[in-house]
Design a protein around this ligand. Structure first.
Ligand code: FAD
Length: 341
C-alpha cells in the first residue's frame, strides 16, 4: 500500500478557504512531518482560483483541485464520490475534515464506503504506537484520535489500526491556525471531475441557498465575559453585557445558562459550543465542568467569579474572586470606568 500521505478536505466558499480547514492543515503539517509523509489537501468546487496561494503557506505539499460547475455548491453524492474514488487511488494514511455541516455529512459517507472508521469531534490528534490488548499485536505510528466520551466522563484515545484512511473530524477553533512558512510551495494537481463522478451522483439540485450569518462573534473576541447557571436569570445576563460593553468584550455562556434560556445558543462555549482562546476570560457563576473547560482552557488569563471557593473552575483560573456576582460585577464596571479614564 502507498499511504505516504495525509490529506485534509478543504471547505472553500466566497473565494476563501474556511478557517477550520486552515486549522486542520496546521495540525496536519505537524502530523505529516512526524510520520515523514506528504501533507496533501483537496478542494472540490467550481471556481477554485487562488486556493493554492491560501494553503501553501500552511505547508501543503500537494493540492488536488477538482473543478466543475456541478460541484458547487456542495452536495453529498458528488463530493463523496470524488473522495471515495480518489482515496482508492492515492490511499491516504489519514484524512481530516472540519466537524462542520459539510464534514459531518461527507466524512461518514466516505468512511462507511471505504470501511475505514471515523472519529467525530476530536479535541486532539497525535501520532503514537498501539498494542492490541487481545492479540498483543503492535502497531506503529497510528493516528491517535482523542475526544471526550461517555458524556465527558472520560477522555478516550481512539485508534484505527487496520483500515485506511484513518479519518477524523475536528470542530472549528479546536486546533490553532498557524502559517508554517509563507514561502512554502507545493504542487497543484488538477483532476478531471468526470473521472470520479457519474451523472447519477447529481440527483440533487440546489434551487436556492440562504446563509444566515450570526452577528455574535465570540470566537474572535480578545475578551470574553461568560455567564453560567449561577447568573440566575436572563435579566442578570444584562449585567454581563454591561461589563462586556465596558471592556470591549463579547458575552459567552455555559450550556446550563443556554439551556435555562438566559441567553442564545450562539454564545455557548465548550464541547458542544464554540472553542475560544481569548486574552482574557471572565467566568461568572460557572462551575467549570469538563465540557465547558474543553472550550476555554487555552484562554491566556482566566478570572473566575464564583460564590463557591471550591468551584472546579478556580483550579484553572489565574485569579479567583469569591463572592456573589451580583455584587462583584457592578464593582468591576464601576472601578474599571473610574480607573480607565
Ligand atoms: P453549574 O454547574 O450549575 O454551576 C453554577 C455555578 O455558579 C456554581 O459553581 C455556583 O457556585 C455558582 N454560583 C451560583 N450562584 C452564584 C452567584 N450568585 N454568584 C457567583 N457564583 C454563583 N457545558 C458547557 O458549558 N458547554 C458545553 O459545550 C457542554 N457540552 C456538554 C456536552 C455533553 C455531552 C454533556 C453531557 C454536557 C455538556 N455540558 C456543556 C454541560 C456541563 O456538563 C455542565 O452541566 C455545565 O457546563 C454547567 O454549567 P454551569 O457551570 O453554568 O452550571
Amino acid at each position: 500500500m502507498d499511504q505516504n500521505n495525509l490529506i485534509v478536505y478543504l471547505e472553500f466558499e466566497d473565494g476563501r478557504v474556511a478557517d477550520v480547514s486552515l486549522e486542520l492543515l496546521t495540525k496536519g503539517r505537524v502530523l505529516a512531518s512526524r510520520l515523514g509523509v506528504k501533507l496533501e489537501a483537496i478542494v472540490i468546487g467550481d471556481d477554485l482560483t487562488g486556493v493554492e496561494q491560501q494553503v501553501f503557506p500552511y505547508g501543503v505539499d500537494r493540492l488536488y483541485k477538482v473543478s466543475d460547475k456541478r460541484l458547487y455548491p456542495y452536495t453529498s453524492n458528488p463530493h463523496s464520490a470524488v473522495l471515495i474514488n480518489l482515496f482508492r487511488e492515492i490511499k491516504p494514511q489519514a484524512c481530516l475534515m472540519g466537524a462542520t455541516c459539510i464534514g459531518r455529512d461527507l466524512g461518514p459517507r466516505v468512511s462507511s464506503c471505504l470501511h475505514s472508521g471515523l472519529t467525530a469531534d476530536c479535541t486532539a490528534l497525535e501520532i503514537g504506537d498501539h498494542t492490541d490488548p487481545k492479540t498483543g499485536k503492535e502497531y506503529k505510528d497510528l493516528l491517535l484520535q482523542i475526544r471526550p466520551a461517555f458524556g465527558g466522563n472520560i477522555v478516550a484515545t481512539i485508534v484505527n489500526p487496520e483500515c485506511r484512511p484513518q479519518m477524523a473530524t475536528v470542530r472549528e477553533g479546536v486546533m490553532k491556525k498557524e502559517v508554517f512558512d509563507p514561502d512554502y510551495k507545493g504542487e497543484v494537481v488538477e483532476l478531471d471531475a468526470n473521472k470520479y463522478v457519474s451523472d447519477e451522483d447529481f440527483v440533487v439540485e440546489i434551487l436556492d441557498r440562504h446563509i444566515e450569518k450570526s452577528k455574535i462573534n465570540i470566537k474572535n473576541s480578545p475578551i470574553i465575559v461568560a455567564g453560567g447557571y449561577g447568573v440566575g436569570s436572563k435579566e442578570n445576563f444584562q449585567l454581563l453585557h454591561e461589563l462586556a460593553d465596558t471592556l470591549g468584550a463579547e458575552v459567552g455562556a455555559s450550556r446550563a445558562a443556554v439551556d435555562a434560556g438566559f441567553t442564545e445558543h450562539a454564545r455557548q462555549i465548550g464541547q458542544t459550543g464554540v472553542t475560544v482562546r481569548p486574552k482574557l476570560y471572565i467566568a461568572c457563576g460557572i462551575s467549570g465542568q469538563i465540557q465547558h473547560i474543553a472550550g476555554m482552557q487555552d484562554s491566556s488569563i482566566i478570572i473566575s467569579i464564583n460564590n463557591d471557593p471550591a468551584a472546579p473552575i478556580n483550579t484553572i483560573a489565574d485569579y479567583v474572586i469569591t463572592g456573589n456576582l451580583e455584587e462583584v460585577v457592578p464593582k468591576l464596571i464601576k472601578y474599571y470606568k473610574k480607573n480607565s479614564k
